[in-house]
Write a protein that binds this ligand. Structure first.
Ligand code: PMP
Length: 401
């Protein structure tokens, strides 16, 4: 008998499991709106042209080797990633009080940041929005933090519960960590306005709450990298400290390359260098050092002003296609006279629409229409195209009538 005979089967991951079910479906009309990965109008995954160009450049560059990177990753990549999120003119960067380490995409950056906080920060409670990306509570729990939630989404308005958010953060213990989606909140697509961000910042600074930004969609919300980083930059501009986890999965389409960065903005250069020395102690026993290829692609693009500009054009095109899908779906539901107010589809931001469909309606759409999405009614707008909008519209219509 196996020594593992008592191991019980674990449930599928609620998000990645949607793709598993989709792959098993043999219907020609099947549609996967579960996972947050960009698709073209033809429904195909996209490798950005500028990424192909950077890879070509790397292949031809004789100095490219496959030796280990340092524990903290590729130096150029780290510097350029900090500039990307905090801004080229960021005083925190100029004063050398930011430490940035290359990590395994957004997930790995969050985990390394959380492990560091669990070892070295005095207040081990982290507040995450309700709802949030399903991996957040697990990442922070397993790192040894105690996870609490703050109110974020109001189902009645399908918008922000700003009052609830302020009350919950206002009642948090001094020093608590607060996870903030930098832009394009997943799964709700609801972001605070800049005025609301300012109120959140003032409240958090007055209560000494520590901001931990999750930036998985910079450029994907508005199509503009600087605009999407504005909330993070206002927190850094006040001189206070914060953490930021960056992912290049969506905005450079580098999903499987697992390339991201964790930055910790500190009060002084001396603190930042001591923090970095401890981040190395977190990383070394976990995976020694990060992979080289994805970070080299990103550094090549960010370093070269032509490639950087090409990237922003391709990024804007992806963001615009998503925004256009919102409009098309909204128009199609209106034209069909589907009961209910669907204006949240065009008001929400980023990759996802939080439709308001409940788990029974989702199950119905999967069974009858072969449309796959998470059971909370979240659909990836990036997985939709002009050709599939009518099918989705029919399914939503049938589900609510
Ligand atoms: N945070 C949020 C809010 C996300 O939606 C995602 C991707 N689904 C991530 C982090 C991390 O993704 P990755 O590890 O692929 O960069």
């Amino acid at each position: 008998d196996s020594v593992f005979a008592s191991v019980v089967r674990a449930p599928e991951d609620p998000i990645l499991g949607v793709t598993v079910a989709y792959n098993k479906d043999t219907s020609p009309n099947k549609l996967n709106l579960g996972v947050g990965a960009y698709r073209t109008e033809e429904g195909k995954p996209l490798v950005l042209k500028v990424v192909q160009k950077a890879e070509q450049y790397l292949v031809n560059d004789q100095s490219q080797i496959k030796e280990y990177l340092p524990i903290v990753g590729l130096a150029d990549f780290n510097k350029l990633s900090a500039k990307l999120i905090f801004g080229a003119d960021s005083p925190a960067i100029q004063q050398n009080r930011v430490t940035t380490v290359q990590c395994l995409s957004g997930t790995g950056s969050l985990r390394v940041g959380a492990e560091f906080l669990a070892r070295h920060y005095h207040q081990l409670t982290i507040y995450i929005p309700s709802p949030t990306w399903g991996n957040h509570p697990k990442i922070f729990n397993l790192a040894g933090l105690s996870v609490k939630t703050y109110r974020y989404y109001d189902p009645s308005t399908r918008g922000l519960n700003f009052q609830g958010l302020l009350e919950d953060l206002g009642a948090a213990p001094s020093g608590a960590i607060v996870l903030l989606h930098a832009c394009a909140h997943n799964p709700t697509g609801v972001d605070p306005t800049l005025e609301q961000w300012e109120q959140i910042r003032q409240l958090m600074r007055s209560k000494r709450l520590l901001p931990f930004f999750d930036s998985a969609y910079q450029g994907f919300a508005s199509g503009n990298l600087d605009a999407d980083a504005q909330p993070v930059r206002t927190f850094v501009a006040d001189g206070g400290e914060c953490l930021a986890a960056q992912s290049y999965a969506k905005n450079m389409g580098l999903y499987g390359e697992r390339v991201g960065a964790l930055s910790i903005v500190c009060k002084t250069q001396d603190v930042a260098s001591r923090v970095e020395s401890q981040l190395k102690l977190v990383i070394r026993p976990m995976y020694s050092n990060p992979p080289i290829h994805g970070a080299s692609i990103v550094a090549t693009i960010l370093k070269d002003s032509n490639m950087y500009n090409e990237w922003t054009v391709e990024l804007k095109a992806m963001a615009d296609r998503i925004i256009s899908m919102r409009q098309q779906l909204y128009d199609a539901l209106s034209a069909k006279g589907t009961p209910g107010d669907w204006s949240h589809i065009i008001k929400q931001i980023g990759m996802f629409t939080f439709t308001g469909l409940n788990s029974e309606q989702v199950a119905f759409m999967t069974k009858e229409y072969h449309i796959y999405m998470t059971s909370d009614g979240r659909i990836s707008m990036a997985g939709l195209s002009s050709k599939t909008v009518p099918h989705l519209t029919d399914a939503i219509h049938a589900a609510v009538t």
